[in-house]
Design a protein around this ligand. Structure first.
Ligand code: DC
Length: 220
């Protein structure tokens, strides 16, 4: 069974998807990390993102693999580097490119062959797994997402200001929703879970109930 979790940046998808997968005994796929790995490969190779030949070569040569919840690029564990500010700023170029999307959509479908999976991103329920048995759209107000992000930064001892974090969230929302291919949309058959004011455990409990009831109706 496939459980898709789509939603805007900062809604808590990675944390809850990982915990939900563990509770259900399913695999877990963080598709944002795959776009980040392509962005990292492209930046390292100095590709011209407007040159299709460069992008074809990039997608043919960059070896992106999962080992557990770590992502590897050409044999190197890049789970840390893909989260850098530099890659967060550059990843839109990879995510906007139709050839990159085509390549990663194919890899995501291969990853789902013959296994039960919780997969999270922007287009998992709408494009990659339109027949998924359980589709979640995880949402939260931009202000709530910014507040959580500010708390994360502060917990790591980094100083940030709320207005600039909120502006960044709003910019990423615009980018995600206006992407020419694979934009963030709520699939018609997805259940929306709004996480405003909920703890992580409360969200995971809610998702688990939804997934279990879908699983039960699949098996009946
Ligand atoms: O969820 P994230 O911040 O790690 O995602 C990184 C980028 O990749 C972000 O710009 C959205 C994009 N993305 C996408 O276009 N489609 C996906 N399925 C997952 C992420």
């Amino acid at each position: 069974m496939i459980v898709t979790i789509d939603g805007p940046a900062g809604a808590g998808k990675s944390t809850v998807a990982k915990r939900l997968a563990r509770r259900l005994g399913f695999g877990y796929l963080d598709t944002g990390a795959m776009y980040r790995a392509v962005a990292l490969a492209g930046e390292r190779a100095g590709v011209d993102w407007s040159n299709d030949a460069d992008i074809v070569r990039l997608t043919e040569t960059a070896d992106i693999r999962w080992r557990g919840d770590r992502i590897f690029l050409d044999g190197e564990d890049v789970s840390g580097p893909v989260r850098s500010n530099e890659i967060t700023a550059a990843v839109g170029r990879a995510a906007d490119h139709p050839l990159v999307r085509q390549h990663l959509v194919a890899l995501q479908r291969i990853a789902a062959e013959g296994v039960s999976l919780v997969t999270e991103g922007r287009d998992q329920g709408s494009v990659v797994f339109p027949d998924a048995a359980c589709k979640i759209f995880l949402d939260a107000a931009a202000e709530e997402r910014a507040r959580r992000r500010v708390e994360d930064f502060r917990a790591r001892g980094e100083k940030v200001d709320f207005a600039s974090v909120l502006a960044d969230i709003n910019r990423r929302d615009r980018e995600d929703r206006s992407r020419p291919v694979g934009p963030l949309v709520k699939p018609a058959d997805a259940v929306t879970v709004n996480t405003d004011g909920l703890t992580i455990d409360e969200v995971v409990d809610q998702l688990q109930r939804i997934a279990r009831s879908r699983l039960a109706s699949e098996q009946s």
